[in-house]
Every structure is written in C-alpha cells, then in structure tokens.
Design a protein around this ligand. Sequence first.
Ligand SMILES: CC(C)(COP(=O)(O)OP(=O)(O)OC[C@H]1O[C@@H](n2cnc3c(N)ncnc32)[C@H](O)[C@@H]1OP(=O)(O)O)[C@@H](O)C(=O)NCCC(=O)NCCS
Length: 276
Amino acid sequence: MRIEEVRDHCFGGHSLHDPFMGGWTPVISAMLDLPEDVTLSGISIAVVREAMETHLSPGSALQLAVTGMNTKRRTEFAAGRVCASEALRGMGLIAEFPLPVRNRLPVWPLGVVGSISHCNTIAVAMTAPKSRYCALGIDVESLLDPDTAQGIQQYVCRDEELDRLERYIPCRSRSLTILFSAKEALYKALFPLVGRFKDFHAAEFVGFEPCSVVLRLTHDWTSCWRAETKIKVRYAWLGQEVISAVCLPRYLDLTKRETHEKFRQWYWRPHGFAAP
Ligand SMILES: CC(C)(COP(=O)(O)OP(=O)(O)OC[C@H]1O[C@@H](n2cnc3c(N)ncnc32)[C@H](O)[C@@H]1OP(=O)(O)O)[C@@H](O)C(=O)NCCC(=O)NCCS
C-alpha cells in the first residue's frame, strides 16, 4: 500500500497537502547541510489539525492510536507520524501507519534509525539507514520569549557557555533557544543508545560554526559515549522556529581525506569510532 492510500484511509480520502512545509523541507535539509542519505520531512500543525478535526476516519489505526490524548497532543502525535511516514517514503519504504510506540519511542522499521519532533506550529522527522548511522536526533523549538529564557537559563547551560555562544549570536533569546534545542536533539539521538536520563549539564557548548554548534559530553554517558566526546549539532531557523539535527555515522572511513577532516572537526572520540 502506498503512503497516500494509508493517509487517505485515515483521513477519509482527504490528502494532506501542505504547500508551506512541502516547499520548505528541501530548503531546511540544505540549510542543515544534511548528508544525502538522511531524509527529512516536515508538516504544518495547522494542516494536520484541520485534517484531524474534519477527516479522521473512525476506527482507523490513527484514530485508535490517539484515543485518550487531548486535542493538542493528538494533533502533534499525528503530525509527527505523518512526517515519519513521509521520511520513510523518501527512503523508498512503506511502514505501518502510525508507527507504533514502545517506551515513548517510535518503533522504526528494521534497518532504519529516525527521530521525530513537534512544537505548536510544525512537526519534523528524520530517517536514515541503520547500516550507516547509529542514531539520529531532531528537535524543533519556538523562539523562547525573554522571560522564559531567563527562567530556564540555569537549567539549560552554565553562564560561560552562553557567554561563549553570544560572541557569535548576540541575542539571549536566540542563543538560549539554540542551546536548548541542540541539547535536546543530542539527547534524543543518544537516549536510544544509552537508555538513561541526562540533564542539560551532561553536555556543554564548546564550538560554533555557521549553522552548527559543537557540544561536548561533560561525563561518561556510557562506556561507549565517554566524557570529552564532541558532537556537531546542525541548526536552521525557519521563521520563529529553530530545527536542530544530530546525525551520528556508524563508522567513518579514516583513510579518506575528506572524512578525516570532518572527523577532526566535529566528531572526535578518543578511540576513533562511533558506538555500535
Ligand atoms: C525527551 C525530550 C527530549 C523530548 O523533547 P520535547 O521537546 O518534549 O518533544 P519533541 O517534540 O522534541 O519530541 C517528542 C518526540 O520524541 C520522541 N521521544 C520521546 N522520548 C524520547 C527519548 N527519550 N529519546 C528520543 N526520542 C524521544 C517521540 O517520538 C516523541 O514524539 P511522539 O511522542 O509524538 O512520538 C524531552 O521531553 C526531555 O526529556 N528532555 C530532557 C532531557 C534532555 O534533553 N537532556 C539534555 C541532555 S544534554
């Protein structure tokens, strides 16, 4: 069954057409400088909300999956699952819709790694082959207002981290939103591998490149993910939302000059290889 048919079934024959994100998704992929084998998909929450309110078929798998959720949660859940299906379709895969949940995590088809995120306005998902990536993490956050930024600052980072980032982004709300989102994207990539909660001080900002920040683990997350490991988090602004993405390659061919340079720049580990 093709994804359109799956969606049409869930939304009573109504197809989810989103000119805004449909147009923006390739641009965001380019702005994030995602590798070619990583697929990104996005959708506006408004499009999904409208479809859920007017076209959701009773008894469909989606309707059953969102039973008991409040309106906001069911819309964002559905939006995330639509993006996941689109991203999988981009890889040439048709999967169960909506993807099932285990321990709050989506269950990806065999051979795939992926990540989902949603906020009030948009949802995004990113997928890639497991043969090449051990994990992906994506996060979308709306720009924090100054009061919220001030309120959460001490939980998100140390003052020194913010001072360092503000040399490049001299706006407190923007810099804190980027750090918050980057750390969540990192956590979402590593959580399925390490299986334990980490607060925002478990990684710190250590480097800035145009459209990416480098985070360093402040202590061992596991015996594979050790203190000092540096991980690049790409980010891009789409209006008032920032999208952050972490792509952890499964292994790196250190004989290739270009790979070696990338490795040196943004993915340094004491023993040279990503966790299996
Ligand atoms: C798990 C967490 C990162 C989710 O972030 P969020 O902004 O609330 O929500 P998002 O929309 O970005 O992501 C939610 C989606 O992520 C996935 N998800 C949920 N828990 C997850 C986890 N522990 N790891 C990876 N993905 C997770 C799910 O697909 C979920 O969507 P769904 O329930 O609709 O399927 C956040 O709730 C959290 O616990 N943060 C604290 C830990 C942290 O970030 N530490 C930083 C360490 S440096």
